[in-house]
Design a protein around this ligand. Structure first.
Ligand code: NAD
Length: 438
C-alpha cells in the first residue's frame, strides 16, 4: 500500500519505518529540512533502539523515502498518517496548529480519495476539526473530493518503540465509515498475525482512549511517589510495599516504581490537556489535577534531600548526576526531571557534572555549558560531594562501589530511582538515601 506519514519525529519515523518493513511503499514528510537531509543520508535524528537498521534496510530497498515536498507527499499515499507534535498551549490545552496545518496541506493538494489518520495524540473532537479544515480548503479550491478521517492513537513507548509498533498490545481505530475501517485493518493485519488486536470504535472514544491510558499511568506514578514519601516518614520501605500490592492481580506490578516524577513528551502534556478538556466542558478532573501537582512536587524531591544534607546554600558544592534523559533508552529530554533538578542546584550555587549514555548531546542543546558533561559514569564523580541518580539506565545498576567512593569527595549517594540495595551500599560505607526506602 502507498502510505504517507506526515511528521518524522519519534512517532512518525517509527510508524513509517515499521510500515515499510512489512512491504508498504512509505513516504515520510517533515518540514524540518535538516531532519530530512539526515534521514536521506541514512542517519537517524533520534536515539531509538533498533530503528536505524529498519530505516536503512527499507530505504535501501526503496520502500522508505523522505521528503520536504508537501505536494509530492500528498500525491503519494492513499493513506495519510498525521504524526506531528501536539505540544501544550499556554492554557495547557493541546496546540492543534500543526495537526490542522497538515490537514489543510492534504486538502490543498489532493486529487482523489484519501484516508486522513490522526496518529498524533489529540483531544476529543479533533477529528471533526480536521474534517472541517479539509472541507473548507476543498471548498476554497472549488472541488468536491471524497475523504475519511480516522483516529488511530499511538501507544508506543520511547526506548521500545520499534518493538511496541511491531507487536502492539492493541490497535485502536476510531472510524465511522466501512471503507476506511477496511483499509486500516489491512494496514495493521501483518502486525497481528497471531490474533486480531484491533479495537474498532467511534472516533471520540478512540481519541479519549489515548488520554485515558496516559492519565492512568501517570496516576499510578504519582500515587506511588506520594506513598513513598509517606513511607519515609512512617519508617516503612516502599519497595516491600510495592511487592506487597503488585502481587494483587487487580493491581499488577507495572508502573509502581517511585522516583523523581514522570517527564517526557507525553504524560505531562496529556494530563494537562485532559484536565483542560474537562474544564472546557464545565468539569474538574480532581484526581488528575492532584496527579499533576504531586508530580511537580516530586521533581524537587531529590533537591530537598540534597538541601537536608548540605543546606540551602550550595555554593562550592559539586554534584554528579547519573542520567539526564527522562527515562532510559531514549535521548528525549522533554520535561525531564533532570532539568528541574539541575536548575534548582545551580540556583543554589552548586556546580553539576552529568553523565548520560545517549542524551548528553540533546542536554547540551538545552542547557549549553551551564553544567559539565562527563563521558563516563565514573568521570562525573571526580571531586563531587554526592552522586545523584536521576535516570535508571541499566549500566548504572552495578557500579564498582569502591571506585565510586574513592572518586567522590564525600561518600554520599542520593538515589532518585531506587537503583541500589540499601544494605549493600551502606556496607560499602556510603551515606545512602533513596525514595521511600528504609
Ligand atoms: N513520543 C512518544 O513517545 C509518543 C507516543 C505516543 C504518541 N505520541 C504523540 O505523537 C505526536 C508526535 O509526537 P513525537 O514525539 O513524534 O513528536 P516530534 O516532535 O518528535 O515530531 C513531530 C515532527 O512533526 C514535524 N512537523 C510539524 N508540523 C508538520 C507539518 N505540518 N508537516 C510535516 N511535518 C511537520 C516536526 O518538524 C517534527 O519533526 C504527539 O501528538 C505525541 O503526543 C508521542
Amino acid at each position: 500500500m502507498k502510505i504517507t506519514v506526515i511528521g518524522s519525529g519519534y512517532v512518525g519515523l517509527v510508524t513509517g519505518a515499521c510500515l515499510s518493513e512489512h512491504g508498504n511503499d512509505v513516504l515520510c514528510l517533515d518540514l524540518d529540512p535538516r531532519k530530512i537531509e539526515m534521514l536521506q543520508r541514512g542517519e537517524i535524528p533520534i536515539y531509538e533502539p533498533g530503528l536505524e537498521e529498519i530505516v536503512q534496510r527499507n530505504a535501501a530497498a526503496g520502500r522508505l523515502r523522505f521528503t520536504t515536498d508537501i505536494a509530492e507527499s500528498v500525491a503519494h499515499g492513499t493513506v495519510q498518517f498525521i504524526a506531528v507534535g501536539t505540544p501544550p498551549d499556554e492554557d495547557g490545552s493541546a496546540d492543534l496548529q500543526y495537526v490542522l496545518a497538515a490537514a489543510r496541506n492534504i486538502a490543498r493538494h489532493m486529487t482523489d480519495y484519501k484516508v486522513v489518520v490522526d496518529k498524533s495524540t489529540v483531544p476529543v473532537g479533533t477529528a471533526d476539526k480536521v474534517r472541517d479544515a479539509i472541507d473548507d480548503s476543498l471548498r476554497e479550491r472549488g472541488v468536491a473530493l471524497p475523504f475519511s478521517v480516522v483516529s488511530n492513537p499511538e501507544f508506543l513507548k520511547e526506548g521500545a518503540a520499534v518493538e511496541d509498533f511491531m507487536k502492539p498490545d492493541r490497535i485502536v481505530v476510531g472510524a465511522d465509515d466501512e471503507r476506511a475501517i477496511h483499509i486500516m485493518r489491512s494496514i495493521y493485519q501483518p502486525f497481528q498475525r497471531n490474533h486480531d488486536r484491533t479495537l474498532v470504535m467511534d472516533v471520540r472514544s478512540a481519541e479519549l482512549t489515548k488520554y485515558a491510558a496516559n492519565a492512568m499511568l501517570a496516576t499510578r506514578i504519582s500515587f506511588m511517589n506520594e506513598l513513598a514519601n509517606l513511607a519515609e516518614v512512617l519508617g516503612a520501605d516502599i519497595e516491600l510495599v510495592r511487592r506487597g500490592i503488585g502481587s494483587d492481580p487487580r493491581i499488577g506490578y507495572s508502573f509502581l516504581y517511585p522516583g523523581v516524577g514522570y517527564g517526557g513528551s507525553c504524560f505531562p502534556k496529556d494530563v494537562k490537556a485532559l484536565c483542560r478538556s474537562a474544564q472546557e466542558n464545565g468539569m474538574d478532573l480532581r484526581v488528575l489535577t492532584a496527579v499533576e501537582e504531586a508530580n511537580d512536587a516530586q521533581k524537587l524531591r531529590l533537591v530537598q534531600k540534597v538541601v537536608a544534607r548540605f543546606g540551602e546554600q550550595l555554593a562550592g558544592k559539586r554534584f554528579a548526576l547519573w542520567g539526564l534523559a527522562f527515562k532510559p533508552r531514549t535521548d528525549d529530554m522533554r520535561e525531564a526531571p533532570s532539568l528541574v533538578i539541575i536548575d534548582e542546584l545551580l540556583k543554589r550555587g552548586a556546580t553539576v557534572c552529568a553523565f548520560d549514555p545517549v542524551a548528553a548531546k540533546e542536554a547540551r542543546r538545552i542547557l549549553g555549558e551551564r553544567i559539565d558533561y562527563a563521558t563516563s559514569p565514573m568521570g562525573a564523580l571526580d571531586g563531587a560531594d554526592a552522586l545523584l541518580v536521576v535516570t535508571e539506565w541499566k549500566e548504572f545498576q552495578a557500579p564498582d562501589f569502591e571506585r565510586v567512593k574513592a572518586l567522590l569527595k564525600q561518600p554520599v549517594i542520593i538515589d532518585g530511582r531506587n537503583l541500589f540495595d540499601p544494605q549493600t551500599v551502606k556496607a560499602y560505607g556510603f551515606d545512602y538515601d533513596a525514595i521511600g526506602r528504609r
